[in-house]
Design a protein around this ligand. Sequence first.
Ligand SMILES: [Zn+2]
Length: 89
Amino acid sequence: MSSNRTIQGMIDGGYKTRAYCHNPRCGHHAEIDWLALRAKLGPDHGARHDDIVPKLVCSKCGGKAIGLIVTPGTKEYGGNPYEKAKGGR
Ligand SMILES: [Zn+2]
């Protein structure tokens, strides 16, 4: 069973997640590196919006108002970018 509720689930499912800064004068956005977050927070850490957003700070303006957009790692979207890291606990 695949779950996208944990960081490991995001990696196993190949979910690509883009974080957007909500500061209108900033507009910075960046891809979330789930492998780096797994190293930092552990594979079983929650990956839902409320679990992850408090850990994020905009690297450009330092703002904490961050939005997430998740893209599945299916073939239409280019496959799982973490294929090599799957199950690599
Ligand atoms: Zn920002």
